[in-house]
Design a protein around this ligand. Structure first.
Ligand code: ZN
Length: 180
């Protein structure tokens, strides 16, 4: 028994495009296509490494946008539609200044993914420091940090759909940096 319908990771895309991904999954072709396009696994496996990675990315693009109080992989965070990761920001007054502390949690499924997908989710969560909503300014900021953002998000959502359909993880058993 399934209490809830599975999440539709491609709900925001044109139906024809979502159906094409569904067909590739059913035909057993999607996994090979993704592995060919993204042959490497990233090496960011711990919360510490993730913190450093996020900080570096933030330093390059959003140096003045508050400070990060916590960055972590979260095993309890289920990747659902509209929430690939979570971020919370608490604004508090310190002396005369309003300081924003940000916390970024990345779903544990991103621990074993190609570097491109990790970068996409980190860019997404960093952009939320500036823009709360998924609006035009938000996506412009994503594109500024990662010009291939839209394609990466689509490919990531195709991969999540594949996992949801029972597919085996593609980068789980891969030694980081080793070509498949
Ligand atoms: Zn978001």
């Amino acid at each position: 028994m399934r209490p809830k319908p599975p999440p539709n990771f491609l709900a925001g895309y044109p139906v024809a495009l979502a159906e094409q991904v569904q067909r590739l999954i059913e035909q057993g072709l999607l996994a090979g296509m993704l592995r060919e396009k993204y042959p490497l696994a990233h090496a960011v496996r711990t919360d510490r490494a993730l913190y450093d990675y996020v900080l570096e990315c933030k330093g390059a693009f959003l140096r003045n946008a508050g400070s990060l109080s916590k960055v972590a992989f979260d095993g309890k965070l289920h990747v659902i539609r509209n929430a690939l990761g979570t971020h919370t920001s608490i604004s508090r007054v310190q002396g005369a200044k309003l300081k924003a502390k940000c916390e970024i949690r990345i779903a544990a499924v991103f621990r074993e993914m190609p570097p491109e997908f990790l970068r996409m989710i980190v860019v997404h969560e960093l952009a939320h420091i500036r823009e709360r909503e998924h609006n035009k300014a938000f996506y412009q900021l994503c594109l500024h940090m990662e010009p291939g953002y839209h394609q990466l998000e689509f490919d990531l959502r195709a991969y999540l759909s594949y996992l949801e359909a029972g597919g085996q993880p593609l980068w789980g058993a891969v030694e980081a940096g080793t070509p498949l």
